[in-house]
Design a binder for this molecule. Structure first.
Ligand code: 8YV
Length: 331
């Protein structure tokens, strides 16, 4: 009997996915969900044929250059692959895949929720009813926020998620602007009513709301640098459901504290799961809305991500090109 390939999964996945993995592979699952230590990951690359990591596992060159590395595939449970050194994997003939498309709509929904939450003071309002101090009652001038209809939304990264955000935002009456490495196809630009800005600097200076929807790569690390953040208007705010590292978080905090940027809605942070205490203070002051990396966190989405992982692994093990292969040239 042919030995089943060893698939090591770093975190707890939905039950239906784990059951299917057990049927198909020699699956080593992580049922108690404790994040794997770097030593455990290093050990896994020496024994597993396939590793299924998540955003919380750093698969560095250091780990992959182990002379005893036996790994043939890294099937990431997630869209972003910034946790993996894709170039180092490629150089060693290790195939990398991700789980695109199935989390596009959920992430765009959460982005829209943050776009709404910041100016309409959603979290502040909700907490008034639960903080024990009581509701003083309705008043014409109390808890006023800002209207989002008619405002300019600048989307950074007009890929699948950026476009899904644009579609939603358009329905809310926002004007859609975007910056991307290149313009989207004319048909899509027309459908979204989206204006392309080749210059990120120029776009930043003119937007009311900025949404970060690009991947985190070496080229986008601190794309919103201190210099660029200073171009943003005083009353504008930033929403980030992509990766914390795209924004120079310390500078963003300073600018919001000084009143030089209006606020932020953040789902991701530079040093997850640590959240800068200054951000927590700003949240308490109603300047920022913070979520704990929940952009794609739906039951349906997680199952579909798991199904994609399985399809990618099976296709690879059948000696075909997996549908969601990630190559260094794509980053
Ligand atoms: C996941 C994500 O929470 O896919 C991504 O890039 O950020 C989220 O969908 C996480 O990455 C799972 O590994």
């Amino acid at each position: 009997v042919k030995k089943k390939p060893l698939v090591v999964v770093t975190r707890k996945l939905p039950d239906s996915i784990e059951t299917r993995m057990r049927e198909l592979f020699d699956a080593r699952l992580n049922l108690d969900d404790a994040p794997m230590t770097p030593e455990q990951i290093a050990d896994a690359v020496r024994t597993a044929d396939v590793l299924v990591p998540t955003v919380t596992d750093m698969i560095s060159e250091e780990i992959l250059k182990d002379p005893d590395c036996k790994l043939r595939m890294i099937a990431n449970f997630g869209n972003g692959v910034d946790n993996i050194d894709v170039t180092a994997a490629h150089a060693r003939g290790i195939t990398v895949t991700n789980t695109p498309k199935v989390l596009t709509e959920d992430t765009a929904d959460m982005t829209m929720a943050l776009i709404l939450a910041v100016p309409r003071r959603l979290i502040e309002g909700a907490s008034i009813l639960t903080d024990g101090k009581g509701w003083p009652g309705w008043s014409p001038t109390w808890m006023l926020g800002h209207r989002i209809g008619g405002k300019r939304l600048g989307i950074i990264g007009m890929g699948r998620i950026g476009q899904a955000v644009a579609r939603r935002a358009r329905a809310f009456g926002l004007q859609i602007h975007y910056h991307n490495r290149r313009p989207v196809a004319p048909r899509i630009a027309e459908e979204l009513g989206a204006t392309y800005w080749e210059s990120l600097d120029q776009m930043l200076a003119r937007m009311d709301i900025i949404s970060v929807n690009c991947p985190h790569t070496p080229a986008t690390y601190h794309l919103l640098s201190a210099r660029r953040l200073k171009l943003i208007r005083k009353d504008a705010y930033i929403v980030n459901t992509a990766r914390g590292g795209v924004i120079d978080e310390d500078t963003l905090i300073k600018l919001i504290e000084a009143g030089d940027v209006g606020g932020a809605g953040l789902d991701v942070y530079e040093h997850e799961p640590a959240v800068n205490p200054k951000l927590v203070r700003l949240a308490k002051a109603g300047k920022v809305t913070l979520l704990p990396h929940m952009g794609s966190a739906t039951i349906e989405g997680r199952v579909e991500m798991g199904e994609k992982v399985i399809i990618n692994i099976r296709t690879f093990l059948d000696n075909h090109k997996p549908p969601d292969r990630v190559l260094p040239s794509m980053l």
